[in-house]
Design a protein around this ligand. Structure first.
Ligand code: SAM
Length: 364
């Protein structure tokens, strides 16, 4: 394997010297540096979140590839991290990367599920090709009383309604593709994670959830306790959507109350998917490290109003048979009428608001 050396964050990194990662080769995607920058800032905050001394936190980069995340967690956030990858070429490259950075770290070449079943970790990062779902049962068993989880999902097509049956098989919820498909997709993912953890009386409190390019990323706190899990389950509810007139409601309606057409519906988690206090602390870490683009995303998310399932204004205008109205004007009008409204990072033409579909149509 021909290698070249690059720098990411504060670590030196040997990566395969190829244009595009090939199957069987060690994977490195420079586009994900954005996301790894965010993860490193999250790792900075782990002692506060977990109420533990930095030295006592045990982290796992479960699917490590070049080892870049683990190396950055150690070098930049001083979090004791274990790197694992099932690909033997990856494990041997991680060893090389350790050496050039003068870092000590545990490295294994195993199925991540085995490592998590056999060991306890306070922080687990799961960054697979495709869905993280295959690793979550083992992650649940690996956390002590409290922990923190970060996951990537790149299987956005099933989650966002392009392949509803795949989503049903994989996540236990049949997806559909409304105007708010990105948020529906990430909520299906979160719902499925919560249901999986609830079996072990473990709750998942989302701290940061975002969609970007081809992937979703979710960060959340893990806590054991029946009461928390029961409270979390109360935040589940139905969402019904009419593809004929565009109506949607947070209730189970098999027929649209406006046009009478058959709807699509599913039961998902409708509670908070961001923790604004955490995002304020995260923003400060990003300012300190001068991560401008990453801070811009966090700012957008901080400014979003908390109501679930955004409206794409282009879709709503089309359904209402009206000309597309400027998004700023819709937000202004809604606010002047006493509603809450904001843009959302999920979609550049969308808004979040507590106005119902029927109320929003009036503004448009
Ligand atoms: N986290 C890396 C980063 O930020 O650059 C990228 C990880 S890459 C998307 C997914 C990795 O998972 C690959 O290196 C692959 O070899 C590894 N992998 C796939 N299945 C695995 C399994 N069951 N256990 C451990 N590693 C696995």
């Amino acid at each position: 394997m021909k290698l070249r050396e690059i720098k990411e964050g504060k670590v030196k990194l040997k990566i395969p010297n190829v244009e595009k990662s090939e199957e069987g080769e060690v994977f490195y995607n420079p586009i994900m540096t954005f996301d790894r920058n965010i993860s490193t800032c999250v790792a900075d905050l782990l002692p506060e979140i977990l109420n533990k001394k930095r030295n006592d936190i045990k982290a796992l980069d479960a699917l490590s590839a070049t080892g870049v995340r683990a190396l950055r967690y150690i070098k930049e956030s001083e979090i004791n991290t274990w790197a694992n990858d099932a690909n033997p070429k990856a494990a041997s490259l991680i060893k090389k990367n350790l050496k050039i950075n003068n870092i000590e770290m545990k490295i294994t070449n195993e199925d991540a599920n085995i490592i998590m079943r056999k060991n306890k970790f306070d922080f687990i990062d799961i960054d697979p090709f495709g869905s993280p779902i295959y690793f979550l049962d083992s992650a649940a068993r690996s956390f002590p009383k409290e922990g923190f989880l970060s996951i990537t999902a790149t299987d956005t097509a099933p989650l966002c309604g392009t392949y509803p049956k795949v989503c049903l098989r994989r996540y236990g919820i049949e997806s559909f593709k409304p105007d708010y498909y990105n948020e529906l997709g990430i909520r299906i993912l979160i719902s499925s994670m919560m249901k999986m953890f609830s079996r072990y009386e473990i709750s998942l409190t989302p701290y940061l959830s975002y969609s970007r390019r081809h992937y979703f990323r979710v960060y959340g706190k893990i806590e054991r306790g029946v009461k928390r899990v029961n409270r979390e389950m109360k935040e589940f509810g139905y969402i019904s959507h009419c593809f004929n007139c565009g109506w949607r409601g947070a209730s189970l309606n098999q027929k649209c109350p406006i046009c009478g057409s058959k709807t699509k519906f599913c039961e998902i988690y409708l509670g908070e998917i961001q923790n604004k206090t955490f995002l304020n602390s995260l923003k400060k870490k990003m300012e300190k490290r001068m991560f401008v683009k990453e801070k811009n995303l966090i700012d957008k998310i901080r400014e979003e109003v908390s109501f679930s399932l955004y409206y794409d204004t282009h879709y709503i205008c089309k359904k209402a048979g009206k000309q597309i109205k400027k998004i700023e004007n819709i937000i202004k009008d809604l606010k002047e009428s006493g509603f809450k409204a904001s843009r959302t990072h999920f979609c550049p033409t969308a808004i979040k608001t507590n106005a119902s579909f029927e109320e929003l149509i009036k503004f448009i």
